[in-house]
Structure formats: structure tokens, C-alpha cells
Design a protein. Structure first.
Length: 473
């Protein structure tokens, strides 16, 4: 079926799908109880709030959206799009200073926010904080003009592990293609858990492409409560980042015979990871299918997504049908309808990564004769040693995460040698000794220039981005 050409058409087709499946579009937890939102309630809320935003004059305006994952967040996001506004997605943990900076950068003067986020919206700086609520007046059926497919549809900020955040512009067409083309397994499931922050494409994109499936989105407020959501919401599918995947793998390793610590979970996608072999095997042993996704904010969450091959976990497989990929000088380039328009009011940064429609990812890849991709490292993270050798820290970090006593790890350069910073699973001498012994054994298998000469232990976890990736110095 063809991609919808308007948001109204997208929601109408989704409504028809829910009439077919009979499932509620949303569930969430409130006071430890599960609340269910019926299709009738959601689509009525959507129509009413869309009209409310039109009456407020939000059409064609940049409107900030800031808050924790919630039904109201998703309802507001969809209603802004449906009303012809341009949502500016802001992290709910931004400081007041950052809110001012991001709003000024994107010409945003109104921020729709929940009660907690409102405390960090400085109205004295000329920014209006509008409460995140349902509409109080039912929809009356007013006409809402459709927006041009090439028009600016949404702005979100990158969450890279290095450098400042950039304002990524996504067109209306990019959003519709993203929402209509699932970035997750085609196998059927009834309930999906969305726990990644909704201001990021891993959150809002995963949520939006559940609608055309007619399945239930169990809303996770924060990754901190992941295990509770798996038990209570009983999802069959979820998407996580590598750190959460490692946590779940550890729960499986320590599970008793016959125990199902991850509930009904049977399909899981992880973004931006090289999967250690033992991690892949432990999920396979518990009949949980792992998928690996390589994508970026700049490609609106699309790129390469395939099931992980237990016998070749480093293989990402071919690019998606809607994306073209090629390798130039070792760097992966991607092109397609979901690729961004550019960075808002930053032509220099745009020109540095977007040329002739090709997005230069900055990531290093190789491709085999089948057209299957393998990531070898991140160009911007390469460690160049004094002897001229280039080392990808991700490769060594993946190796070290195979040690059961490594909770988090970051590899860096120190005095022209490699150093591993480790946050162990236990703050004990025994755990530290186990990590040291593991490293000694693995160093013996590595070429000299890749051997880790320094090992440092941390007492606290690493600082992370808003979606849980470890920041690099």
C-alpha cells in the first residue's frame, strides 16, 4: 500500500487498522495500575486537540514539545503534526539555559510542556509555556489544510556522543515515509514497549510506526523502570540501546531454569551496537530474536535493520529497501526519502555531511559480495596512535563487554597507548581482578598496537546522552 500523502490520511488509515485489530492504541502505568486508551478515545482526542491547535494559530508555527514519555506527549505530537504545526522536540532534562538556546536556535516562542518540564521553561526570556493537556472542546469537523510534502515537518536535536547538538530538519514526506515504513521486524506482535525518550527518533519513530500496524504501544516513562514494564506490560517487542541490552542479557544469564525474567518479550531491536557473541547466544537460548538497527537522527531512524546472525553477529545485513547505501573511502553514505533536509539555519554544517542527497554518516564500514554491511568503527572516534596506527575504540569496547564483570566501558588514548575505563558490576577487589585477568587473556590475542596498556576503574557510571549512550571526552 502506498505511503499516505497527508497526516490526516495517515491517521485515518491507522484508525481503520485499529477497527480491524480491536486492540487499544496505548497503555501506560499510573499509580502502578495499567491504564488502557481505546481507539475511539485516542482518535477523538486527536481530532479535538488538532482543532484546538488550529484555533490557537499554531499552523505553520514552530512549537516546542517538552516532557516525559506519556500518552499526552504522543497525543500532542500527533495533534501538532495534524494541525500543520512544526513540532520542535526538546529533551525533558534540558536546563533553562539550554531551553533558551534551543528555542532561539529554532525560532520557537511557545513550548507545550508537562508540569515537570515547565519548571525549566524560562518565561522571563520571552518563551511561552503552554500546559500539555487534552482539548476541552470536542472536535467540530473544521477543515485543516494539508501541508506540502517537501515542507518542514519537524525539528529534533541530535544526541551524538561528541560535540554539540544540531537541529535536524525533517520534511513532511520524511515523517510520513518513516511512520508508514516500519523500522522493526515484520513478525506480528500485539504489544510493543516504547521506552526510549520520545524527543528522539528512537522514541517517537518507534511509536509512530506502531499505528499502521494497529497494535498497542505500552508507554514506558523512563528506561529506569524497564524491568517493571516488561513484567507489567507484557510486551512482545521493544527497542533498546546497547547499555540496556547488556542489562537484559545479564538478567538472562542469571535466570533460573524455566524462569522468564523478561516476561513475554520475544523480539528486541538494539540500535548502534556491535553485539558480543555471548550476548547473541544468551538471547537465542531464551528464544528472543535480536535485530540490529543502524540509523541516525539525520536519516530519521532508517538505514540498515536486520535480524542478528548468531554465527556472524558483526554482520548488519543489507540496507533497507527505501534507503540507498554506498561506501566512499571507507565511510558509509545513505540516501533516501527519510534523509533530513539539513540542519536548521546551519548551512556550513549541512554542507559538511549532506552532498547531492547523500548523507555522510561519519561511520566506517565494509561491504561483502552479498551487499551485507559490517561496521568497523566511527570515523570521528578513531584513535590515531603516534605510530600511525588507527584503532576503533568500539571494537575493543565490544570485546571487553563480554567480561561478565564489566558494566560499562570506554576506550581512549593515554600517553600514546590505549586505555580502558571500566565501571565494574561490583565494587570489589574480586571484580577488578576478574576484569584484569580477562583483559590479559584478550590482549594476548591482539596485535601489539591494539593491546590495552592501561586499565582504569570508575566508581560511578559514565555520563550519557539523552538516549543512554556513553559520552566520549
Amino acid at each position: 500500500m502506498s505511503v499516505p500523502t497527508t497526516f490526516h490520511e495517515f491517521f485515518q488509515r491507522s484508525k481503520e487498522k485499529y477497527e480491524e485489530t480491536g486492540l487499544p492504541p496505548f497503555k501506560y502505568m499510573e499509580d502502578r495500575e495499567v491504564v488502557s486508551v481505546s481507539a475511539e478515545e485516542f482518535f477523538s482526542d486527536l481530532a479535538a486537540l488538532s482543532e484546538d491547535f488550529v484555533r490557537r494559530g499554531y499552523a505553520d508555527q514552530h512549537i516546542g514539545l517538552m516532557g516525559e514519555n506519556s500518552y499526552l506527549w504522543m497525543l500532542t505530537f500527533y495533534s501538532l503534526l495534524n494541525a500543520g504545526a512544526v513540532p520542535i522536540l526538546l529533551s525533558n532534562v534540558l536546563s533553562a539555559q539550554d531551553v533558551v538556546e534551543y528555542c532561539q536556535k529554532t525560532d520557537t516562542f511557545t513550548v507545550v510542556c508537562d508540569e515537570a518540564a515547565a519548571r525549566n521553561v524560562p518565561t522571563e526570556a520571552g518563551i511561552c509555556a503552554a500546559p500539555m493537556n487534552k482539548a476541552t472542546v470536542p472536535a467540530s469537523g473544521i477543515s485543516i489544510p494539508a501541508r506540502d510534502l517537501e515542507a518542514l515537518g519537524c525539528i529534533m536535536f541530535t544526541s551524538g556522543t561528541t560535540g554539540g547538538a544540531k537541529a535536524v530538519m525533517l520534511s513532511v514526506k520524511s515523517l510520513l515515509v518513516n511512520f508508514w515504513t516500519p523500522t522493526k521486524p515484520s513478525r506480528s506482535f500485539d504489544i510493543a514497549l516504547t521506552v526510549m525518550p520520545y524527543h528522539h527518533v528512537a522514541g517517537f519513530g518507534t511509536s509512530a510506526d506502531l499505528l499502521p500496524r494497529g497494535v498497542t504501544n505500552f508507554i514506558g516513562e523512563s528506561p529506569r523502570y524497564l524491568m517493571r514494564y516488561l513484567r507489567t506490560g507484557e510486551p512482545e517487542y521493544t527497542l533498546v540501546v546497547p547499555e540496556l541490552m547488556d542489562l537484559l542479557a545479564q538478567r538472562l544469564r542469571t535466570a533460573k531454569p524455566g524462569e522468564k525474567p523478561l516476561g513475554r518479550l520475544r523480539i528486541m531491536t538494539c540500535g548502534g551496537a556491535k553485539f558480543p557473541e555471548d550476548t547473541v547466544r544468551v538471547f537465542a537460548e531464551h528464544n528472543i530474536e535480536l535485530w540490529n538497527v543502524y540509523a541516525a537522527s539525520e536519516t530519521n531512524g532508517h538505514g540498515i535493520i536486520n535480524p542478528v546472525d548468531v554465527n556472524d553477529p558483526a554482520c548488519l545485513g543489507p540496507a533497507e529497501d527505501i534507503i540507498e547505501g554506498k561506501i566512499v573511502d571507507g565511510e558509509l553514505l545513505l540516501r533516501g526519502d527519510t534523509v533530513m533536509m539539513g540542519y536548521y539555519k546551519d548551512p556550513a554544517a549541512t554542507a559538511a555531511v549532506l552532498r547531492d542527497g547523500w548523507y555522510h554518516t561519519g561511520d566506517l564500514f565494509r561491504v561483502d559480495e552479498r551487499g551485507y554491511y559490517y561496521m568497523t568503527g566511527r570515523k570521528k572516534n578513531l584513535i590515531i596512535l603516534s605510530n600511525g596506527e588507527n584503532v576503533s575504540p568500539e571494537e575493543l569496547e565490544t570485546m571487553l563487554r563480554e567480561c561478565p564483570f564489566v558494566e560499562e566501558v570506554r576506550v581512549k588514548e593515554k600517553n600514546n597507548f590505549l586505555c580502558a575505563e571500566v565501571f565494574p558490576t561490583e565494587n570489589t577487589e574480586a571484580a577488578r581482578k576478574a576484569v584484569e585477568d580477562f583483559l590479559d587473556q584478550r590482549n594476548d590475542t591482539l596485535p601489539t598496537y591494539k593491546q590495552i596498556h592501561f586499565l582504569e576503574f570508575r566508581d560511578a557510571p559514565f555520563e550519557k546522552t539523552s538516549i543512554g549512550k556513553i559520552k566520549r571526552a
